[in-house]
Ligand binder design. Structure first.
Ligand SMILES: [Zn+2]
Length: 178
């Protein structure tokens, strides 16, 4: 067994990493259900075919744990966008995705998420934004009950993650973004 493979197996056995992956899966299912009646989050930009396979895409990349499970950071996104250079949180993707986030959740929402995930810029909180296994397990359970239960629990665990300017109808049809 190579060292690389051994390291991977150790990684896989880490209870925290396992919990994170299970929550990723639970959130993905929940978000696709939440957004079932709207288009890919980048449709306004890319004219996505509604028949494309849909995934749960992240505005701020998943590696940023502060916003990995944030209700506004996860959105239904077609596989074509999610795997293309315009979809990753890279300089060439950030602007259209930022517009989509603001259109969906309210003006300033994109900057709010960016600030939460980039405290080094002095825009966001400096507190520890990691998630422990207990919190993750609670979120997995809530996600299985649906988005409303998930959001309620999420914001009770992280009150400062609630965007003050969030619009009431956060799941408005994507066609309204034009
Ligand atoms: Zn798309």
């Amino acid at each position: 067994m190579s060292l690389r493979r051994s390291a991977w197996r150790t990684h896989e056995r880490n209870p925290h990493q396992k919990a994170v992956r299970r929550l990723d899966d639970a959130v993905s299912l929940m978000v696709r259900e939440r957004d079932r009646d709207i288009l890919c989050v980048l449709s306004f930009e890319n004219g996505c075919d509604p028949g494309n396979r849909m995934q749960c895409g992240h505005f701020i990349q998943r590696e940023r744990m502060a916003t990995r499970f944030h209700p506004m950071n996860v959105n239904k996104e077609c596989a074509k966008c999610n795997t293309s250079h315009v979809s990753g949180y890279r300089p060439d993707k950030g602007f259209p995705y930022s517009l989509a986030i603001d259109a969906k959740y309210g003006n300033g929402a994109a900057l709010f998420l960016y600030s939460l995930s980039h405290p080094k810029h002095g825009l966001g909180p400096s507190s520890d934004e990691s998630w422990d296994v207990s919190e993750i397990e609670q979120l997995i359970s809530a996600a299985s009950l649906g988005f409303r239960a998930y959001a309620q629990l999420y914001y009770s665990l992280r009150p400062h993650h609630r965007f003050p300017g969030e619009v009431v109808h956060s799941c408005a049809p994507a066609t309204d973004m034009a």
